[in-house]
Design a protein around this ligand. Structure first.
Ligand code: F0G
Length: 482
């Protein structure tokens, strides 16, 4: 990683790329944002992208491509079967991860469907450091259950621990004993643990837990969707790994697992996914599921253009100058907010900055969705779109009561190589303003509540005229157009 030093200026993160193609942005006036928010039913998933200034909903499928990725798209080989593009992609993945067999799929959750279909039967258990929504949904759909055994400190929002995604080995041992190894479908380790703030897991912890799994004959699976961030953190935070190259670290991690899968909407900066398998027999036991659910084995539902782009993206993910960008910008944002006193998840992880709505909106009861309200307020106050990761994203208990989330977060994702430092400063500035006016934020209630995945398609309304009062205060500060 190049260490560019400043002379008079404070040290700031530096974009290690230049802009080549742009998408024009528009900041709607505050009154219009209020109208759009109402139309969207106070659900940021329901907003139109054209009405958004800073889209920080996710990093999935919205990372910037490089010139080399786009150039590679031009040589994509379209064929139903035997596409040369697939063989190029497979060869690159084998070079990086050392796994011979590759099952392509259209995105990460499709990989999870295939893995769950192959390994999970009713009553089976899947051990994880932490769940991801779609991974868990496929396991429970098939009658399995998930044991989340992240160390307790992973769930504490303020911390200086470098690897909050680490799994608790003692809890794992107890779980294996309780469930018996035969009843454990597999162990899934998630790099860059998404739902607890993009927090990494150390190489040492991965080694210890996979050794334990091997001792008991349990299949080990790595979700590598956020591996790029995790690789960066291992390199800079894990003392014993600091002299290793990213390629070496990647291979050391891969060697610990039987199976690796990823969403190429994240890892590889394109759109797609794949499962890599070490063992030939295991590969054959899943290969029929690809043509059944995805497409033929040499495209798996992906566009060949995207496959060519991600093949270059995998190589770029092995470069510190590329993978350091996300974590450095996130760290800058998190530190600035933390210093101002805004409750945020610390230390900054990968994926995005996470605001602690439980703290910021203490005055809003959990049944009125504090994180849901905060994320809407942020759109009203700056055209910034984040994602609610709290009670709204949970499903109700079978008796209809709310299942309150253990954390109420607003995620501000940093898609890679997309936003500049001045845009990051704008976001910091608006969050500070909103924090100083947090008393103006009120609660939400459902007007249309779907039974499953309600956070995607549900519609809500404000419990009072707080959005109008918030917008009025905002306009007094920044003017009609701000
Ligand atoms: N695993 C992890 C760790 C993820 O973050 C995601 C997606 C998936 C699996 C599923 O992959 O979307 O390609 O089907 N995370 C997105 C997000 C949706 O916004 O964080 P997918």
């Amino acid at each position: 990683m190049s260490e560019i030093k400043f002379y008079k200026h404070e040290q700031i993160p530096m974009e290690m790329h230049k802009v080549k193609i742009v998408q024009q942005l528009h900041l709607l006036p505050a009154d219009e944002r209020l109208a759009k928010m109402k139309e969207a039913g106070f659900n940021t998933f329901q907003l139109h992208n054209g009405d958004i200034f800073m889209d920080m909903l996710t990093d999935s499928g919205v990372n910037a491509m490089s010139d080399n990725m786009q150039a590679a798209m031009m040589r994509a080989d379209d064929a139903y079967a035997g596409s040369e593009t697939f063989y190029r992609m497979q060869e690159k993945l084998e070079e990086i991860f050392g796994m011979k067999y590759c099952l392509p799929a259209h995105q990460g959750r499709a990989c999870e469907n295939i893995l769950a279909t192959r390994f999970v039967t009713p009553g089976k258990c899947v051990i994880m450091n932490y769940h991801f929504t779609t991974a868990k949904a496929h396991i429970t759909r098939l009658g399995g259950h998930v044991e989340e055994l992240v160390k307790d400190e992973g769930l504490i929002s303020k911390s200086d621990l470098p690897f909050k995604g680490n799994i608790d080995l003692k809890k794992v041992e107890e779980c294996i004993k309780k469930e018996t190894p035969e009843n454990i479908a597999f162990m899934r380790i998630e790099s860059g643990t998404n739902l607890i703030g993009g927090q990494p897991i150390s190489y040492e912890n991965m080694k210890e837990v996979t050794d334990l799994a091997k001792k008991h004959g349990i299949v080990t699976v790595l979700d590598a969707s956020l591996l790029q961030d995790n690789l960066y953190f291992i390199k800079v935070r894990e003392e014993s790994m600091k002299d290793k190259s990213i390629r070496e670290i990647t291979r050391m991690i891969a060697d610990l697992f039987d199976i690796i899968y990823f969403s190429a909407r994240k890892f590889g900066f394109a759109r797609g996914g794949a499962i890599l398998v070490r063992d030939e027999e295991m590969f054959h036991s899943m290969e029929d599921l690809v043509p059944m659910f995805e497409g033929f084995l040499t495209y798996g539902g992906m566009s060949v253009k995207e496959m060519e782009a991600m093949t270059v993206g995998f190589d770029e993910s092995m470069e510190m100058d590329v993978i350091s960008q996300g974590p450095q910008f996130i760290d800058y944002c998190v530190k600035a907010l933390d210093e101002y006193g805004v409750p945020v998840i610390t230390p900054g992880g990968g994926l995005g900055a996470h605001l602690d709505a439980m703290e910021i909106c203490k005055h809003i009861p959990q049944e009125e969705y504090p994180a849901g309200a905060l994320v809407c307020a942020l759109y009203l106050c700056g055209g910034i779109r984040g994602m609610e990761r709290g009670t709204l994203s949970e499903e109700r208990e079978p008796d209809g009561s709310e299942r309150f989330a253990s954390m109420e977060l607003v995620r501000l994702a940093f898609p890679r190589r997309v936003f500049t430092l001045s845009q990051t400063e704008y976001v910091i500035d608006r969050v500070k303003w909103l924090y100083d006016h947090r008393d103006l934020i009120g609660g939400l209630r459902f007007t249309h509540e779907p039974k499953t995945l309600r956070f995607f398609t549900g519609k809500l309304e404000a419990t009072s005229d707080w959005p109008e009062r918030l917008v009025k205060a905002y306009k007094e500060e920044f003017g009609e157009e701000g």
